[in-house]
Design a protein around this ligand. Sequence first.
Ligand code: PLP
Length: 353
Amino acid sequence: MLDIKIEKTTNPKAKPEGPLGFGKIFTDHMFIMNYTEGKGWHDARIVPYGNLEFSPASMVFHYGQEMFEGLKAYRGDDGNTYLFRPDMNAKRTNATNDRLCIPHLPEEDFVQAVKAIVKMDEDWVPTEKGTSLYVRPFIIATDDFLGVAPSKTYLFIIILSPSGAYYASGLEPVGIWIEDDYVRAVKGGMGFAKTGGNYAASLAAQVKAHDAGYSQVLWLDGVERKYIEEVGAMNIFFKIDGEIVTPMLNGSILPGITRDSVLQLCRDWGYRVSERKISVDELLEAQKSGKLEEVFGTGTAAVISPVGKLRYKDDVMTIGDGSIGEVSQRLYDTVTGIQTGKLEDKFGWRFII
Ligand SMILES: *Cc1c(COP(=O)(O)O)cnc(C)c1O
């Protein structure tokens, strides 16, 4: 159990009015904990949200030794505040930390810290349908040192940001750009880790896709540029001839918690489900023969993001009739229903604050 010291703000901010958007508004407090080699994690505290001061030599600025997580707190119709599977974020934190030589953070401490900061700023959890309080835990390397080596000191910080409904008026299908030049990650690299470097590597392709009128990039494998990996910040699913298919976790794909939840639900509902290699050629063929029934992305931000159009080189594939698929809609309704306390939580995914 962490002993969390609390320093309350003396200057609470006004709650936002109007559209929240994403990631621009922050609450009154943040959680901070230090790591020092030989001492471990120490000085867990909740303090007023504000700027931090760092030496320009701090290692995180130079070699990117950092990790982050993302989850949401939801206000239920019953007035309770819920988290969705934060134990999985805790586990994934340590998988990321191992890859980046960041010391382990005990899973129960991660969950305790998330609960404590959300509890502290619980009145910032928005109540309108589809809104949530986005929770962003992250760890940065803080040694003042320009040598290339793992840092001996770190900060674990959690900030909170009220965010608007991802879909203002029902699920909306997006257009996706299958990138055939840039790659995001390779086996043996850090594609499975949730770390800023993967996002830095993705920006050039994202700009290219946006310029061409597509909202997201779908990555291919880094070696043959032939097999489907994942979307920018989402995993990807296909319904091909009745079967639900998603790329298997191969080391270069981020193991999404929404992905895992969707797999469990689809299996529970009796669909044929497989995690395997999927080539672009297979998709093109399935689409031409009318067997590519649905495509959707999964991730904390959108939960389910139906894909209406996929572009690969000179081919533009329209998925189904371009509207929302039946499985996409059912998954969205079920996952958000569990998250907000409306539906039975038979898998034990909901944590109450
Ligand atoms: C976070 C993330 C996802 C989605 O993971 P969830 O746990 O479902 O939110 C997918 N891909 C990448 C690259 C990510 O960073």
